[in-house]
Design a protein around this ligand. Structure first.
Ligand code: ATP
Length: 200
């Protein structure tokens, strides 16, 4: 199975691009979705998080207070590492199981932190969605109703645009209209289908 790791900075358009591949019947594995699944009530990882951060990390209904957790790990790098050590092996295991179950020629794995963490070994190629910083800031401000400085501080903590593009096998440019993405996705789909047929 050819696994394409789809990554990009905040608000670059990863989800938008993944949806276009999904419309072409390509299966999508999303590590953000898996991260939410493994931290649902009843999951061992949530019990570990409660033990580590205290009961205040949960909301009244027993679900994880994701905003609070995000604030903590954003401001304390050692806590971020602790959380990554807890979640990443579980996320990898779930990804592997999902990939095993697929019968399509290739799949797209959406991995926002592909360059920052150790998910390299799980993908065959890296596809980067690249957008200007201005576009990223504007889109996230509008989507999440957050301030300019909040988006900029998140951007500062992520891999740089140059680093990402330098490590990409393929790049989708998302600086124009959403409609402009369709053609780029269709061209890559053809390329990946050809690559997948060669590798089997
Ligand atoms: P995150 O890292 O925050 O999860 P993402 O990389 O998945 O974000 P999307 O959610 O796909 O990015 O896009 C961010 C927002 O910008 C969405 O509201 C989306 O509809 C919008 N958007 C994406 N591409 C464009 C575009 N070319 N023009 C206008 N809006 C866009």
């Amino acid at each position: 199975m050819l696994v394409i790791g789809l990554t990009g900075g905040i608000g670059s358009g990863k989800t938008t691009v993944a949806n276009l591949f999904a419309q072409l019947d390509i299966p999508i594995i999303d590590t953000d979705v898996i991260a939410r699944e493994v931290t649902q009530p009843g999951q061992p990882a949530l019990a570990e998080i409660e033990k580590h951060f205290g009961a205040d990390i949960l909301q009244a209904d027993g679900t994880l207070n994701r905003g609070k957790l995000r604030d903590i790990i954003f401001n304390h790098v050692n806590e971020r590492h602790w959380l990554e050590n807890l979640l990443h092996p579980r996320i990898r295991k779930s990804m592997e199981a999902q990939i095993q179950a697929l019968t399509s020629p290739y799949c797209i794995a959406v991995i926002p932190l592909l360059l920052e963490v150790e998910f390299y070994s799980m993908v065959n190629r890296i596809l980067v969605v690249d957008a200007s910083q201005q576009a990223q800031v504007e889109r996230v401000m509008q989507r999440d109703k957050v301030s300019h400085s909040q988006v900029e501080s998140i951007l500062k903590n992520q891999a740089s645009r140059q680093d990402r593009v330098a490590r990409a096998h393929d790049v989708i440019t998302n600086d124009g209209r959403i409609e402009d993405l369709t053609e780029q996705v269709e061209a890559l789909n053809k390329k990946y289908l050809a690559l997948a047929s060669k590798s089997t």
